[in-house]
Design a protein around this ligand. Structure first.
Ligand SMILES: Cc1ncc(COP(=O)(O)O)c(C=O)c1O
Length: 443
Protein backbone atom coordinates (compact mmCIF):
# COMPACT_ATOMS: atom_id res chain seq x y z
CA UNK A 1 0.00 0.00 0.00
CA UNK A 2 2.77 2.41 1.00
CA UNK A 3 4.53 1.51 -2.24
CA UNK A 4 1.41 2.20 -4.19
CA UNK A 5 0.98 5.59 -2.53
CA UNK A 6 4.61 6.38 -3.12
CA UNK A 7 4.41 5.36 -6.73
CA UNK A 8 1.32 7.38 -7.28
CA UNK A 9 2.89 10.45 -5.72
CA UNK A 10 5.94 10.01 -7.93
CA UNK A 11 3.88 9.71 -11.06
CA UNK A 12 1.81 12.74 -10.25
CA UNK A 13 4.73 14.90 -9.17
CA UNK A 14 7.02 14.01 -11.97
CA UNK A 15 7.35 16.36 -14.90
CA UNK A 16 7.02 14.25 -18.00
CA UNK A 17 9.83 14.21 -20.46
CA UNK A 18 9.71 12.61 -23.90
CA UNK A 19 12.22 10.01 -22.75
CA UNK A 20 9.81 8.96 -19.97
CA UNK A 21 7.40 7.58 -22.49
CA UNK A 22 5.87 4.43 -21.24
CA UNK A 23 2.44 3.05 -21.63
CA UNK A 24 -0.34 3.93 -19.25
CA UNK A 25 -2.92 2.06 -21.27
CA UNK A 26 -5.70 2.72 -18.81
CA UNK A 27 -5.13 6.44 -18.43
CA UNK A 28 -7.59 7.52 -21.04
CA UNK A 29 -9.72 4.58 -21.90
CA UNK A 30 -11.17 2.39 -19.24
CA UNK A 31 -8.44 -0.22 -19.39
CA UNK A 32 -10.94 -2.56 -21.00
CA UNK A 33 -10.97 -3.06 -24.71
CA UNK A 34 -14.33 -3.98 -26.20
CA UNK A 35 -14.14 -7.73 -25.99
CA UNK A 36 -16.90 -10.29 -25.75
CA UNK A 37 -16.51 -10.03 -22.00
CA UNK A 38 -17.76 -6.48 -22.38
CA UNK A 39 -21.24 -7.75 -23.07
CA UNK A 40 -21.40 -9.94 -19.98
CA UNK A 41 -23.59 -8.42 -17.27
CA UNK A 42 -21.65 -6.72 -14.55
CA UNK A 43 -23.19 -4.87 -11.64
CA UNK A 44 -22.42 -1.18 -12.32
CA UNK A 45 -21.46 -0.73 -8.66
CA UNK A 46 -18.87 -3.51 -9.00
CA UNK A 47 -17.57 -1.94 -12.21
CA UNK A 48 -17.22 1.43 -10.47
CA UNK A 49 -15.34 -0.13 -7.57
CA UNK A 50 -12.91 -1.74 -10.03
CA UNK A 51 -11.76 1.58 -11.46
CA UNK A 52 -8.20 2.44 -10.46
CA UNK A 53 -8.33 4.54 -7.31
CA UNK A 54 -6.61 7.90 -7.66
CA UNK A 55 -4.77 8.98 -4.53
CA UNK A 56 -3.91 12.60 -3.75
CA UNK A 57 -0.52 14.09 -4.48
CA UNK A 58 0.51 13.69 -0.80
CA UNK A 59 -1.06 10.27 -0.33
CA UNK A 60 -4.52 11.60 0.42
CA UNK A 61 -7.35 9.10 0.11
CA UNK A 62 -8.97 11.54 -2.29
CA UNK A 63 -7.29 12.51 -5.51
CA UNK A 64 -5.82 15.95 -5.97
CA UNK A 65 -7.64 18.41 -8.17
CA UNK A 66 -5.66 19.30 -11.29
CA UNK A 67 -6.89 22.87 -11.45
CA UNK A 68 -4.53 24.05 -14.18
CA UNK A 69 -5.75 25.41 -17.47
CA UNK A 70 -2.38 24.75 -19.13
CA UNK A 71 0.37 22.15 -18.63
CA UNK A 72 4.14 22.61 -18.92
CA UNK A 73 6.63 20.35 -20.68
CA UNK A 74 10.29 19.56 -20.04
CA UNK A 75 11.49 19.86 -23.63
CA UNK A 76 10.15 22.19 -26.33
CA UNK A 77 9.60 19.45 -28.89
CA UNK A 78 7.10 17.71 -26.61
CA UNK A 79 4.60 20.47 -27.21
CA UNK A 80 4.72 20.02 -30.96
CA UNK A 81 4.51 16.24 -30.57
CA UNK A 82 1.40 16.68 -28.42
CA UNK A 83 -0.18 18.95 -31.03
CA UNK A 84 0.70 16.41 -33.70
CA UNK A 85 -1.22 13.79 -31.69
CA UNK A 86 1.85 11.64 -30.97
CA UNK A 87 1.71 12.15 -27.20
CA UNK A 88 -1.57 12.34 -25.35
CA UNK A 89 -3.44 11.70 -22.13
CA UNK A 90 -3.01 7.95 -22.53
CA UNK A 91 0.66 8.62 -21.67
CA UNK A 92 -0.05 11.34 -19.15
CA UNK A 93 0.72 14.22 -21.52
CA UNK A 94 -1.73 17.09 -21.28
CA UNK A 95 -1.90 20.36 -23.23
CA UNK A 96 -4.78 22.52 -22.11
CA UNK A 97 -7.90 21.82 -20.06
CA UNK A 98 -10.44 22.54 -22.82
CA UNK A 99 -8.80 19.49 -24.35
CA UNK A 100 -8.15 16.78 -21.73
CA UNK A 101 -7.77 17.49 -18.01
CA UNK A 102 -6.63 14.70 -15.63
CA UNK A 103 -9.37 15.29 -13.03
CA UNK A 104 -12.12 15.43 -15.66
CA UNK A 105 -10.59 12.37 -17.29
CA UNK A 106 -10.82 10.51 -14.00
CA UNK A 107 -14.54 11.25 -13.77
CA UNK A 108 -14.78 10.07 -17.38
CA UNK A 109 -13.23 6.75 -16.32
CA UNK A 110 -15.88 6.39 -13.63
CA UNK A 111 -18.66 7.21 -16.10
CA UNK A 112 -17.26 4.65 -18.56
CA UNK A 113 -17.29 2.05 -15.78
CA UNK A 114 -20.84 2.98 -14.78
CA UNK A 115 -22.08 2.54 -18.34
CA UNK A 116 -19.78 -0.31 -19.38
CA UNK A 117 -18.31 1.63 -22.29
CA UNK A 118 -14.73 1.78 -23.48
CA UNK A 119 -14.38 5.50 -22.72
CA UNK A 120 -16.30 8.57 -21.59
CA UNK A 121 -15.75 12.27 -21.27
CA UNK A 122 -17.62 14.81 -19.22
CA UNK A 123 -19.09 18.13 -20.29
CA UNK A 124 -20.54 21.28 -18.79
CA UNK A 125 -24.19 20.12 -19.16
CA UNK A 126 -26.35 17.29 -20.41
CA UNK A 127 -27.46 19.42 -23.36
CA UNK A 128 -23.87 20.09 -24.42
CA UNK A 129 -23.14 16.36 -24.31
CA UNK A 130 -26.20 15.63 -26.48
CA UNK A 131 -25.62 18.49 -28.94
CA UNK A 132 -21.91 17.66 -29.29
CA UNK A 133 -22.58 13.97 -29.98
CA UNK A 134 -25.18 14.80 -32.61
CA UNK A 135 -22.86 17.28 -34.30
CA UNK A 136 -20.00 14.77 -34.21
CA UNK A 137 -22.02 11.91 -35.67
CA UNK A 138 -24.00 13.91 -38.24
CA UNK A 139 -22.94 16.28 -41.02
CA UNK A 140 -25.01 18.73 -43.02
CA UNK A 141 -27.70 16.85 -44.94
CA UNK A 142 -27.77 13.87 -42.58
CA UNK A 143 -30.88 12.54 -40.91
CA UNK A 144 -31.83 11.36 -37.42
CA UNK A 145 -34.66 9.11 -36.27
CA UNK A 146 -35.72 9.97 -32.72
CA UNK A 147 -38.39 9.06 -30.24
CA UNK A 148 -41.34 11.43 -30.01
CA UNK A 149 -41.07 11.23 -26.28
CA UNK A 150 -37.94 13.14 -25.31
CA UNK A 151 -36.88 15.82 -22.85
CA UNK A 152 -38.19 19.15 -24.20
CA UNK A 153 -34.72 20.64 -24.71
CA UNK A 154 -33.55 17.66 -26.78
CA UNK A 155 -36.80 17.75 -28.74
CA UNK A 156 -36.24 21.46 -29.51
CA UNK A 157 -32.59 20.81 -30.47
CA UNK A 158 -33.67 18.21 -33.02
CA UNK A 159 -36.82 20.01 -34.23
CA UNK A 160 -35.58 23.59 -34.50
CA UNK A 161 -31.91 24.14 -33.81
CA UNK A 162 -30.12 21.43 -35.79
CA UNK A 163 -32.20 21.88 -38.99
CA UNK A 164 -31.62 25.67 -38.93
CA UNK A 165 -27.94 25.70 -38.04
CA UNK A 166 -26.65 22.47 -39.53
CA UNK A 167 -29.19 21.08 -42.01
CA UNK A 168 -29.56 17.97 -39.85
CA UNK A 169 -33.18 16.84 -39.88
CA UNK A 170 -35.10 14.46 -37.62
CA UNK A 171 -38.09 12.17 -38.08
CA UNK A 172 -39.91 11.54 -34.81
CA UNK A 173 -41.39 8.11 -34.21
CA UNK A 174 -43.32 6.12 -31.64
CA UNK A 175 -40.37 4.25 -30.15
CA UNK A 176 -42.60 1.30 -29.22
CA UNK A 177 -43.60 0.87 -32.89
CA UNK A 178 -40.68 -1.05 -34.44
CA UNK A 179 -42.18 -0.95 -37.96
CA UNK A 180 -42.40 2.80 -37.73
CA UNK A 181 -38.78 3.03 -36.54
CA UNK A 182 -37.65 0.73 -39.35
CA UNK A 183 -39.54 2.65 -42.02
CA UNK A 184 -38.28 6.02 -40.80
CA UNK A 185 -34.64 4.99 -41.29
CA UNK A 186 -33.35 6.11 -44.68
CA UNK A 187 -30.37 3.93 -45.46
CA UNK A 188 -27.25 5.95 -46.14
CA UNK A 189 -28.86 9.18 -44.91
CA UNK A 190 -29.95 8.31 -41.36
CA UNK A 191 -26.92 8.39 -39.11
CA UNK A 192 -28.40 8.21 -35.60
CA UNK A 193 -31.30 6.53 -33.82
CA UNK A 194 -31.86 8.58 -30.67
CA UNK A 195 -34.06 7.77 -27.69
CA UNK A 196 -34.22 7.91 -23.90
CA UNK A 197 -33.95 4.64 -21.95
CA UNK A 198 -36.88 5.77 -19.79
CA UNK A 199 -38.44 8.84 -21.34
CA UNK A 200 -38.95 12.25 -19.83
CA UNK A 201 -41.67 12.73 -18.68
CA UNK A 202 -43.93 9.94 -19.91
CA UNK A 203 -41.76 7.07 -18.62
CA UNK A 204 -41.92 5.10 -21.84
CA UNK A 205 -39.30 2.37 -21.63
CA UNK A 206 -37.38 1.71 -24.84
CA UNK A 207 -36.72 -1.86 -25.91
CA UNK A 208 -33.00 -1.24 -26.26
CA UNK A 209 -31.86 -4.62 -27.71
CA UNK A 210 -34.58 -4.64 -30.37
CA UNK A 211 -34.06 -0.99 -31.35
CA UNK A 212 -30.29 -1.59 -31.60
CA UNK A 213 -30.88 -4.59 -33.83
CA UNK A 214 -33.07 -2.54 -36.19
CA UNK A 215 -30.58 0.35 -36.29
CA UNK A 216 -27.45 -1.78 -36.63
CA UNK A 217 -28.97 -3.76 -39.51
CA UNK A 218 -28.98 -0.49 -41.42
CA UNK A 219 -25.63 0.83 -40.21
CA UNK A 220 -27.19 3.43 -37.90
CA UNK A 221 -25.52 4.50 -34.63
CA UNK A 222 -27.68 4.21 -31.51
CA UNK A 223 -27.47 7.03 -28.97
CA UNK A 224 -29.36 6.56 -25.71
CA UNK A 225 -30.00 9.18 -23.04
CA UNK A 226 -29.83 7.26 -19.74
CA UNK A 227 -30.42 10.27 -17.46
CA UNK A 228 -33.55 8.72 -15.88
CA UNK A 229 -32.02 5.32 -15.20
CA UNK A 230 -28.34 5.28 -14.17
CA UNK A 231 -27.53 1.94 -12.45
CA UNK A 232 -31.04 0.68 -13.28
CA UNK A 233 -30.33 0.25 -16.99
CA UNK A 234 -27.03 -0.15 -18.82
CA UNK A 235 -27.88 0.67 -22.46
CA UNK A 236 -24.38 -0.05 -23.80
CA UNK A 237 -24.53 -3.57 -22.37
CA UNK A 238 -27.84 -3.97 -24.19
CA UNK A 239 -26.32 -2.93 -27.52
CA UNK A 240 -26.28 0.89 -27.62
CA UNK A 241 -23.24 2.54 -29.18
CA UNK A 242 -23.30 5.77 -27.20
CA UNK A 243 -24.85 6.66 -23.85
CA UNK A 244 -25.38 10.31 -22.87
CA UNK A 245 -26.20 11.69 -19.46
CA UNK A 246 -27.39 14.80 -17.78
CA UNK A 247 -25.17 14.38 -14.71
CA UNK A 248 -27.13 17.31 -13.23
CA UNK A 249 -29.76 14.78 -12.12
CA UNK A 250 -29.24 11.49 -10.27
CA UNK A 251 -25.49 11.24 -10.73
CA UNK A 252 -24.95 14.57 -9.02
CA UNK A 253 -27.81 14.00 -6.59
CA UNK A 254 -27.33 17.43 -5.03
CA UNK A 255 -29.32 19.66 -7.41
CA UNK A 256 -26.33 21.99 -7.27
CA UNK A 257 -24.34 21.17 -10.41
CA UNK A 258 -25.05 21.25 -14.14
CA UNK A 259 -22.99 18.63 -15.97
CA UNK A 260 -23.13 15.96 -18.66
CA UNK A 261 -21.27 13.03 -20.15
CA UNK A 262 -20.75 11.16 -23.39
CA UNK A 263 -19.97 7.46 -22.89
CA UNK A 264 -18.97 5.33 -25.86
CA UNK A 265 -16.11 3.90 -27.88
CA UNK A 266 -12.67 5.47 -27.37
CA UNK A 267 -12.62 6.28 -31.10
CA UNK A 268 -15.72 8.48 -30.68
CA UNK A 269 -14.44 10.24 -27.56
CA UNK A 270 -11.08 10.83 -29.23
CA UNK A 271 -12.75 12.15 -32.38
CA UNK A 272 -14.77 14.59 -30.26
CA UNK A 273 -11.46 15.91 -28.88
CA UNK A 274 -9.76 16.20 -32.25
CA UNK A 275 -8.01 19.53 -32.64
CA UNK A 276 -9.51 20.13 -36.09
CA UNK A 277 -12.81 18.25 -36.14
CA UNK A 278 -13.80 17.58 -32.54
CA UNK A 279 -17.15 18.92 -31.32
CA UNK A 280 -16.05 18.99 -27.68
CA UNK A 281 -12.67 20.55 -28.45
CA UNK A 282 -14.04 23.17 -30.83
CA UNK A 283 -17.39 24.06 -29.27
CA UNK A 284 -15.77 23.94 -25.84
CA UNK A 285 -18.48 22.77 -23.38
CA UNK A 286 -15.73 22.02 -20.88
CA UNK A 287 -16.25 20.69 -17.38
CA UNK A 288 -14.28 22.47 -14.65
CA UNK A 289 -11.81 20.22 -12.79
CA UNK A 290 -13.24 21.30 -9.41
CA UNK A 291 -16.71 20.19 -10.53
CA UNK A 292 -15.27 16.89 -11.80
CA UNK A 293 -13.68 16.29 -8.41
CA UNK A 294 -16.97 16.94 -6.56
CA UNK A 295 -18.87 14.62 -8.85
CA UNK A 296 -16.35 11.81 -8.60
CA UNK A 297 -16.94 11.84 -4.82
CA UNK A 298 -20.67 11.24 -5.40
CA UNK A 299 -20.52 8.35 -7.86
CA UNK A 300 -19.60 5.76 -5.20
CA UNK A 301 -22.97 6.26 -3.46
CA UNK A 302 -25.07 6.56 -6.62
CA UNK A 303 -26.12 2.90 -6.34
CA UNK A 304 -27.32 3.29 -2.75
CA UNK A 305 -29.23 6.44 -3.63
CA UNK A 306 -30.83 4.89 -6.71
CA UNK A 307 -32.03 1.89 -4.70
CA UNK A 308 -33.88 4.10 -2.25
CA UNK A 309 -35.27 6.45 -4.92
CA UNK A 310 -36.61 3.38 -6.75
CA UNK A 311 -37.86 1.64 -3.61
CA UNK A 312 -39.91 4.64 -2.53
CA UNK A 313 -41.19 5.38 -6.04
CA UNK A 314 -42.51 1.82 -6.33
CA UNK A 315 -44.19 1.94 -2.91
CA UNK A 316 -45.80 5.35 -3.50
CA UNK A 317 -46.90 4.37 -7.02
CA UNK A 318 -48.48 1.15 -5.70
CA UNK A 319 -50.25 2.89 -2.83
CA UNK A 320 -51.54 5.75 -5.03
CA UNK A 321 -52.82 3.22 -7.60
CA UNK A 322 -54.65 1.45 -4.76
CA UNK A 323 -56.27 4.79 -3.91
CA UNK A 324 -57.69 4.82 -7.45
CA UNK A 325 -55.36 7.48 -8.85
CA UNK A 326 -54.02 7.50 -12.39
CA UNK A 327 -50.35 6.70 -11.87
CA UNK A 328 -47.70 6.04 -14.50
CA UNK A 329 -44.76 4.04 -13.18
CA UNK A 330 -42.91 1.42 -15.23
CA UNK A 331 -42.32 -0.72 -12.14
CA UNK A 332 -46.08 -1.36 -11.91
CA UNK A 333 -47.48 -4.39 -13.67
CA UNK A 334 -50.16 -2.25 -15.34
CA UNK A 335 -47.49 -0.24 -17.19
CA UNK A 336 -47.24 -1.33 -20.86
CA UNK A 337 -43.43 -1.56 -20.64
CA UNK A 338 -43.21 -3.37 -17.29
CA UNK A 339 -42.11 -6.71 -18.78
CA UNK A 340 -39.48 -5.24 -21.08
CA UNK A 341 -38.10 -3.08 -18.26
CA UNK A 342 -37.85 -6.10 -15.98
CA UNK A 343 -36.06 -8.06 -18.69
CA UNK A 344 -33.45 -5.29 -19.18
CA UNK A 345 -32.96 -3.93 -15.66
CA UNK A 346 -29.82 -4.56 -13.63
CA UNK A 347 -30.57 -6.70 -10.59
CA UNK A 348 -31.67 -5.15 -7.30
CA UNK A 349 -31.75 -1.45 -8.21
CA UNK A 350 -35.49 -1.20 -8.91
CA UNK A 351 -37.39 0.40 -11.76
CA UNK A 352 -36.66 4.10 -11.62
CA UNK A 353 -37.17 6.90 -9.16
CA UNK A 354 -39.67 8.95 -11.18
CA UNK A 355 -43.40 8.47 -11.23
CA UNK A 356 -46.13 10.47 -12.92
CA UNK A 357 -49.54 11.26 -11.56
CA UNK A 358 -52.19 12.38 -14.03
CA UNK A 359 -54.52 14.83 -12.32
CA UNK A 360 -56.58 15.43 -15.49
CA UNK A 361 -56.21 19.20 -15.68
CA UNK A 362 -53.38 21.65 -15.12
CA UNK A 363 -55.49 23.38 -12.44
CA UNK A 364 -55.86 20.22 -10.39
CA UNK A 365 -52.18 19.38 -10.87
CA UNK A 366 -51.18 22.86 -9.68
CA UNK A 367 -53.49 22.77 -6.71
CA UNK A 368 -52.14 19.37 -5.56
CA UNK A 369 -48.52 20.50 -5.92
CA UNK A 370 -49.37 23.65 -3.98
CA UNK A 371 -50.73 21.62 -1.05
CA UNK A 372 -47.85 19.13 -1.23
CA UNK A 373 -45.28 21.90 -0.97
CA UNK A 374 -46.94 24.59 1.10
CA UNK A 375 -49.18 22.61 3.48
CA UNK A 376 -47.85 19.09 4.00
CA UNK A 377 -44.13 19.63 3.21
CA UNK A 378 -43.98 16.55 1.00
CA UNK A 379 -41.69 18.10 -1.61
CA UNK A 380 -40.81 21.10 -3.73
CA UNK A 381 -42.28 22.49 -6.91
CA UNK A 382 -39.18 22.50 -9.09
CA UNK A 383 -37.93 21.05 -12.32
CA UNK A 384 -35.02 18.62 -12.34
CA UNK A 385 -34.78 15.25 -10.65
CA UNK A 386 -32.55 13.00 -8.63
CA UNK A 387 -32.44 15.22 -5.54
CA UNK A 388 -32.85 13.84 -2.01
CA UNK A 389 -36.01 15.94 -1.65
CA UNK A 390 -39.00 15.08 -3.81
CA UNK A 391 -39.29 17.49 -6.75
CA UNK A 392 -42.56 17.97 -8.65
CA UNK A 393 -43.45 19.77 -11.85
CA UNK A 394 -46.32 19.87 -14.28
CA UNK A 395 -44.40 18.77 -17.38
CA UNK A 396 -46.71 20.16 -20.08
CA UNK A 397 -46.26 23.72 -18.88
CA UNK A 398 -42.63 23.42 -17.78
CA UNK A 399 -39.93 21.03 -18.96
CA UNK A 400 -41.91 20.00 -22.07
CA UNK A 401 -43.31 23.46 -22.87
CA UNK A 402 -40.97 23.66 -25.89
CA UNK A 403 -43.31 21.16 -27.58
CA UNK A 404 -46.52 22.34 -29.26
CA UNK A 405 -49.88 20.86 -28.26
CA UNK A 406 -49.85 18.25 -31.01
CA UNK A 407 -46.31 17.16 -30.16
CA UNK A 408 -47.26 16.87 -26.49
CA UNK A 409 -50.35 14.84 -27.36
CA UNK A 410 -48.30 12.49 -29.56
CA UNK A 411 -45.76 12.11 -26.75
CA UNK A 412 -48.58 11.33 -24.29
CA UNK A 413 -48.06 14.42 -22.12
CA UNK A 414 -51.46 15.33 -20.77
CA UNK A 415 -52.01 18.85 -19.30
CA UNK A 416 -52.51 17.52 -15.76
CA UNK A 417 -49.42 15.29 -15.67
CA UNK A 418 -47.31 15.80 -12.56
CA UNK A 419 -43.78 14.39 -12.77
CA UNK A 420 -42.48 13.44 -9.36
CA UNK A 421 -38.84 12.71 -8.68
CA UNK A 422 -39.22 10.77 -5.46
CA UNK A 423 -36.68 11.77 -2.81
CA UNK A 424 -35.28 9.68 0.01
CA UNK A 425 -35.05 12.08 2.91
CA UNK A 426 -37.18 11.57 6.01
CA UNK A 427 -38.80 8.25 6.71
CA UNK A 428 -40.89 6.54 4.09
CA UNK A 429 -44.02 6.52 6.30
CA UNK A 430 -43.56 10.18 7.26
CA UNK A 431 -43.45 11.11 3.55
CA UNK A 432 -46.35 8.82 2.66
CA UNK A 433 -48.56 10.41 5.31
CA UNK A 434 -47.73 13.87 3.89
CA UNK A 435 -48.63 12.68 0.41
CA UNK A 436 -51.81 10.92 1.57
CA UNK A 437 -52.95 13.99 3.52
CA UNK A 438 -52.52 16.25 0.48
CA UNK A 439 -54.35 13.77 -1.74
CA UNK A 440 -57.25 13.54 0.69
CA UNK A 441 -57.64 17.32 0.52
CA UNK A 442 -58.13 17.07 -3.25
CA UNK A 443 -61.45 15.20 -3.08
C1 LIG B 1 -33.60 13.26 -20.02
C2 LIG B 1 -32.80 14.53 -20.05
N1 LIG B 1 -31.76 14.65 -20.87
C3 LIG B 1 -31.02 15.78 -20.92
C4 LIG B 1 -31.30 16.86 -20.14
C5 LIG B 1 -30.46 18.10 -20.24
O1 LIG B 1 -29.52 18.12 -19.23
P1 LIG B 1 -28.85 19.43 -18.60
O2 LIG B 1 -29.93 20.21 -17.93
O3 LIG B 1 -27.82 18.90 -17.67
O4 LIG B 1 -28.26 20.21 -19.73
C6 LIG B 1 -32.37 16.79 -19.24
C7 LIG B 1 -32.68 17.95 -18.39
O5 LIG B 1 -33.71 18.10 -17.83
C8 LIG B 1 -33.13 15.59 -19.18
O6 LIG B 1 -34.17 15.45 -18.35
Amino acid sequence: MADKLQQNAIVSNQKRSASDEHDHPDDFTLAKKPTKHHLIWEDPAAALANVRHEFGEHGGVNMSIEASAAFTVMEPEILSRMFAGELGPDRDFFIYSRHFNPTVLNLGRLMAALEGTEAAYCTSSGMSAIASVMLQLCSSGDHVVASRSLYGGTHALLTHFLPRTSNITTSFVDIRDFDMVNEAIVEGKTKVLYFESISNPTLTVSNIPELCRIAHDKGVTVVVDNTFAPMVLSPARLGADVVVHSISKYISGGADVIAGAVCGPASLVNSMMDLRQGALMLLGPTMNAKVAFELSERLPHLGLRMKEHCNRALIFATRMTNLGLKVIYPGLENHPDNAILKSMANKDYGYGGILCLDMGTEERANSLMNVLQNCTQFGFMAVSLGYYETLMSCSGSSTSSEMNNQEKELAGISPGLIRMSVGYNGTLEQKWSQLEKALSEMH
